[in-house]
Design a protein around this ligand. Sequence first.
Ligand SMILES: Cc1cc2nc3c(=O)[nH]c(=O)nc-3n(C[C@H](O)[C@H](O)[C@H](O)COP(=O)(O)O)c2cc1C
Length: 224
Amino acid sequence: MNSPSRTTPPTPVLVADLRTEYHRGELTEEAAGDDPYSLFRRWFDEAVAGGGRDPNAMSLATVDAAGQPSVRIVLCKEYDSRGFVFYTNFSSRKGLELAGNPQASLLFYWAELERQVRISGRVEKVADADADLYFGQRPRGARIGAWASPQSQPIPGRGLLEARTAEMEQRFDGQADPPRPAHWGGYRVAPGMIEFWQGRPSRLHDRLLYTRHLSVWQRTRLAP
Ligand SMILES: Cc1cc2nc3c(=O)[nH]c(=O)nc-3n(C[C@H](O)[C@H](O)[C@H](O)COP(=O)(O)O)c2cc1C
């Protein structure tokens, strides 16, 4: 059967006029230094101070068994020289993909600073005790939600979420601290590479790539 697009070509929505010149900063080797975590920390603090929404939002890319990538946003809840931590449902699509292939890529984009940071590396689960600690700090509604929502599963409608939430509220009624469900916890992405991108005029952006060799970071400038 002919697809309609054979006979009627689609009319493209022209967005080519959306152009931005990037001019807010530069990234020199001297300013960047040798330690990508120190640089990340400086950029992260500036993103927080810059007042943009969700400065800790990062795109997380995973890959399924057929090699099909998928990407979604999660919130970075902690970072240090071991890596970048987010929390989620282990039975979600990302959880299943990470169980099959514990490699991921992360992307922070801070539009108001004209910066992105790309990270990739191996993923491991956060220790139970740390996940318990973080879970315990979440608002009660979010803790109940972690019990109630079968993340990434098809559901017949919102009614199911409401019914399961009511069920869980009843189950934990009178309990100040609902425990962390076994299907919920944290992952840490331990980077093998971190790339910093600073927008510059005329698309001549600054890109500095750090790659880890055992515990030593090597820095390389990439063409934009
Ligand atoms: C700003 C923002 C923050 C989010 N933070 C998280 C998060 O920290 N953890 C999480 O599991 N999902 C988070 N989500 C929802 C995910 O993007 C995604 O819809 C969900 O995790 C299911 O993904 P999956 O089916 O690929 O597993 C967030 C979405 C947005 C837009």
